[in-house]
Write a protein that binds this ligand. Sequence first.
Ligand SMILES: Cc1cc2nc3c(=O)[nH]c(=O)nc-3n(C[C@H](O)[C@H](O)[C@H](O)COP(=O)(O)O)c2cc1C
Length: 263
Amino acid sequence: MRVLAFNGSPRMKRSNTEKILTPFLDGIRSAGAEVELVYLRRLKIQPCTGCFNCWFRTPGICAIKDDIQNLREKLLEADIVIFATPVYLFSSSGYMKILMERLLFPLTMPEFLLVNDRVYHPIRYQDRKWKSILIANGAFDGDDVFKPLIDMYERAIHNAVDNKGESSFMSLGNIIVGFGELFTDEHIKAKCAPFFNGMYNAGVQLVKKGYIPAENLEEVNKSIYLHAGITRQQAVEKINDIISESKANFILPSFLEKSDELK
Ligand SMILES: Cc1cc2nc3c(=O)[nH]c(=O)nc-3n(C[C@H](O)[C@H](O)[C@H](O)COP(=O)(O)O)c2cc1C
C-alpha cells in the first residue's frame, strides 16, 4: 500500500499540520505501508493558467513544466492520498488549493455529465481509484469554520464521475482540528495524548483495514479543548493569553530566519 501525503502548511515542519500528521504517518508506516510526505512549500508549483492543454492538447498532462509532473507520477502510483492543510480564510492554504487545481483537474475529461441532478466531468482514468483523507486545522473551531473547506475538498474529489456517478476518489473521512494553536502550549499538548495516540491508531487501522474505523475517527475529531479538559470559553481565553505573550515577545519566527528551510 502506497500513501502519498501532502503537507500544505507554509510553516512546514513547525506547523500544527505537521504535529497532527506525524503520529498518523508513524502509525501508517508501523503497519507496513510505504509513505511519501511532500511539503508543498518546498516545491515549484505554479497556479493553473487555465490553458486547457490538459484537456485538449496533451490529455491528462499539464502544460506547465514544474514539480507537478513528478507529483502526477507519484499520484498515479499511490493508493491513498492525504491532503493536510491549515484553514486559510475558510478554505485550504493557497499551496493546497494550487496543488488541487493542478493535480486533480487533469484527471477530468472536458465533457459534461448530468448524474442525479448534478453536473460532473467524466473521469479520465477509468481503472484508477484512490482513497483520500482530509486533515485540516484552524485557529478557530466550529462547523462554520471548516464547512467551506470540507465542501470544496469533497466536491473537488468528486468533480469527475463514471456513468454510475462514482468518483475516482473515495473519501475515508475528514480529520478536523479546531483551536490548532492550543498545541503551542506544551501543557495542553501533553494533555492531548489521547488525540495523538488516536492519530497513530487511525494510521495503523487504515493500513490493516483499508479504512479508519468510525470510533477511531470520532476520537480524533473530538475537540482539542475537551481532550485538554477545559471549556470552549477557557480555550478562547487560553489562546488570547498565547496571543498576548506573542505580542509581548514577538521576534521573527525562527522558521523565517532560516533561509535553508524555505528551499
Ligand atoms: C492567511 C491566514 C488565514 C487564516 N485564516 C483562518 C481562518 O479562516 N479560520 C481559522 O480558523 N484560522 C485561520 N488561520 C489560522 C490558521 O489556520 C491556524 O493558525 C493553524 O493552526 C495554522 O496551522 P499550521 O501551523 O499547520 O499552518 C489563518 C492563518 C493565516 C496565516
